[in-house]
Design a protein around this ligand. Structure first.
Ligand code: IMP
Length: 435
């Protein structure tokens, strides 16, 4: 069970990403001493609003916006070092000191320019079947990691060794680009020159993420492990092949920072009060036309990394039940409830049928998920402004009913409800509830 006093918590997205993990992490980071990312890279886009100032973080954990909280990029993250330095400079330029409290795992793999080139090239070759990646080089960087041809942060200590890895990777990338009749080529000399220029800034940040977390927990610290993307984008448990290239789910959190799973006390699943997806792949409760436009506009549903319009849909309980199972969710945080304030009626997906039969298990084949029929419950809207709610009792009755339906369907208790992007627009739900 998730408790406010839990010492090591994983925060995961329980849909297709963009659930508002950044805001929830930022809120919880006020009680934390360390926040660590465990997977993904600069494909993430965590938007956090602090005192009317908007911050969009791609690599650095959302906890960075809380002063004095230590930030760690675990070994499971793929780090684009140039993006990292840009992000540090932007934060420092806006008065947020981060350099002194950031550690990047020495074991983390680096995303290199040839990874970005290959990501873009593969996507353009896929044509209609494209995944809709963020083109941040994530897939090719994880491919090199698993193929044991990657470059890690610790390799920057030995530039001669580094150069031989870069040369071999450029040769392989250029061979592919040539075979695809594309003119772009990766230039190892230029890449090495660019890399050498930043080594003096990257190496001082490098450390052992596992040892850092273990010490923090032994010193009575409180740790948040912040997932990026969502559970349905997990390379194993998501809607393959329309997924990202890492395990986004909670099981990967321990391995992605270098601690044992026995140190984790709870898993908080973040769900939007409706559903969105950016990129391609099946989305059973997807809305079309005016209803989609309305939800997209009310929820400002445009990607934080790529600016692409997100595909909106009704809340999909089958998705969240799947996420609850594969993550072992112990609590839910429901975000963006206020976006639904003006709807007269809401539909809530509770499950699927396929070929006339009720589905008990979430489909593993994307084409099957594309054919399912969602089963909906219709509930009345609440037609009033929830942005000022700060307690469960402040929420209108119909909104509470909607949330209770989500909770009953997921079989996971709701601990937080977010009713706006500001840090204080949060309802902490006590267990047991009074109202
Ligand atoms: P990649 O992670 O860039 O390889 O993209 C793979 C899929 O994951 C695409 O559908 C992307 O749109 C999606 N994706 C990657 N990162 C995020 C994210 O932070 N939020 C939502 N979708 C994401």
């Amino acid at each position: 069970m998730f408790k406010d006093s839990s010492r090591c918590i994983v925060i995961v997205g329980a849909q297709w990403g963009d659930e508002g993990k950044g805001k929830i992490t930022d809120v919880l980071a006020e009680q934390a001493t360390l926040v660590a990312r465990y997977q993904g890279g600069a494909n993430a886009g965590h938007t956090v609003l602090v005192k009317d100032e908007e911050f969009i973080l791609h690599l650095i954990p959302s906890g960075a916006l809380v002063p004095d909280v230590k930030c760690v990029l675990g070994n499971g993250v793929v780090v684009d070092p140039w993006t990292l330095l840009d992000e540090i400079d932007v934060l420092e330029g806006r008065g947020i000191g981060i350099t002194e409290r950031l550690i990047v795992s020495r074991r983390a793999h680096l995303v290199m320019p040839y990874h970005r080139m290959l990501d873009g090239a593969r996507e353009s070759l896929r044509g209609e079947a494209k995944i809709g990646t963020t083109k941040r080089g994530i897939g090719p960087a994880y491919r090199d990691k698993v193929a044991r041809t990657g470059l890690r942060v610790c390799d920057l200590e030995d530039l001669v060794g580094c150069e031989s890895i870069v040369r071999a990777a450029c040769q392989a990338a250029n061979g592919l680009l040539q075979s695809w009749d594309l003119a772009d080529r990766a230039d190892p000399r230029r890449i090495m020159a660019d890399l050498e220029a930043i080594v003096p800034r990257i190496l001082p940040l490098a450390g052992d993420s596992g040892a850092t977390l273990l010490k923090e927990l032994n010193d009575d610290g409180r740790v948040l492990l912040e997932g990026a993307q969502g559970s349905l984008l997990d390379v194993d448990h998501g809607t393959y092949p329309y997924v990202t290239s890492s395990n986004t789910t909670a099981g990967a959190a321990a391995a992605g920072v270098g601690i044992g799973p026995t140190l984790i006390d709870g898993v908080l699943g973040v769900v939007k009060a409706y559903t969105t997806r950016v990129g391609n792949g099946p989305l059973p409760t997807e809305l079309q036309g005016d209803e989609a436009d309305l939800l997209r506009r009310l929820g400002a549903e445009f990607g934080a990394t790529t600016g692409r319009p997100r595909r909106p849909g009704w809340y999909d309980g089958a998705v969240v039940r799947h996420a609850a199972a594969v993550n072992g969710l112990t609590a839910l945080a429901v975000t963006k409830l206020d976006v639904l304030d003006t709807f007269e009626e809401l539909k809530l997906g509770t499950g699927y049928t396929l070929d006339g039969g009720q589905l008990e298990i979430f489909p593993d084949r994307a084409p099957d998920l594309g054919r399912v029929e969602p089963v909906y419950e219709t509930t009345a809207g609440w037609g009033s402004d929830t942005t000022g709610a700060r307690s469960w009792e402040d929420l209108p009755g119909a909104a509470r009913t909607y949330l209770e339906r989500i909770e009953a369907n997921a079989e996971v208790p709701i601990r937080y409800v977010s009713v706006g992007s500001a840090r204080d627009q949060i309802v902490r739900v006590p267990i047991p509830r009074v109202a």
